[in-house]
Design a protein around this ligand. Sequence first.
Ligand code: UT7
Length: 355
Amino acid sequence: MPNTKIAGIGFYVPEQVVTNHDLMRHMDTTDEWIQERSGIVERRFAKRTEETTTTLGAKAAEIAIQRAGITKEDVDFIIFATLSPDYFFPGCGVLLQRELGITHTEIGALDIRNQCSGFVYGLSVADQFVKSGMYKNVLLVGSEVHSMGIDFSTRGRNVTVLFGDGAGAVVLQPTEEKGKGVLVSKLHSDGTHAEQLAFINPGCHAGYHFKKMGTEVDFGYEDVEFGGLFLTQKMMDDGMIFPNMDGPLVFKHAVTKFPEVIMEVLNDQGLSTSDINLFVPHQANLRISQLVQRQLHLRDDQVWNNIQRYGNTTAATIPIALCEAWEAGKVKDGDLICIAAFGSGFTWGASLIRW
Ligand code: UT7
């Protein structure tokens, strides 16, 4: 059975740089608060009406495809991970296919909804397809345009200051080189705190989960015989149409789950943290990355962080960071790369890749 290798990698971030000072013009926040609590200095925002999650993903994909030495027509499966899709449906997978100009239909497109761990989940799914021999050139994209769906008033500041737009992509191919490629992935989930990091409206839940949890919320649904609206005036008036996050709760879980799942993949392979050449964590908060680094006794040169420049781009953070590290010559043939993510769901996971 072949292993799955990353044959090409690319990333794209919009040109528009938005600094903490720019955000201060819209909400009650400070550059000091943002930098101290998250490490973020600036992020990129997509150009409204010209760029979408799909188009950012397509730009990253084109670079990955070119670096893999294939053409767009060679791609036989698309996996698109995002929490900020262009449409409720269809997903960005088919929109990316169209954007890339792939007109043949000997291809499948799958959308992954695992938020911050979307890339790790997507890699694991792609790995199974490649290993089984079903596909030879899987295009995996993580892309987000958060700037279209966050609250720029003070009410949303705990979330809004953290997020940015961007995309990363990889082309995955089979390799017969022993011990190379994706060595292992471990995936986890726990729905207990689903609403604590969530974009709840619009949705088709009609308040069900809140009622079940005994925390009934008035979403402004009208009393009708059947059906209803997934977006009500009250949701818009009360600002219930933005992501919400219990930051400290997420933080607490993240700093325990990251080390756990990283040790799980290392133990699976009989490896230790000192064997890691480069650790590329999901970029949620520089403090989380640094705490995880400390717990795992990793040196600074073993870790790649770039949240300072891009903020949290959710499904895109890992491929963007991995690509930057690769471009900087930090990812060499034979290196052991560890990627890990934790986020909404909660879902989390890690993979080890021998480059
Ligand atoms: O990738 C998705 C996964 N997400 C994460 O992993 C995020 C995990 N959580 C975090 O990164 C941190 O919890 C945050 C960066 C979100 C927040 O940092 P914190 O140290 O946990 O702050 P906090 O939420 O406990 O808030 C502290 C104070 C509050 O004021 P009071 O109640 O102490 O008066 C907030 O209202 O900071 C206030 N605050 C802000 N102040 C200025 C919250 N957001 C802001 C802001 N600017 N943007």
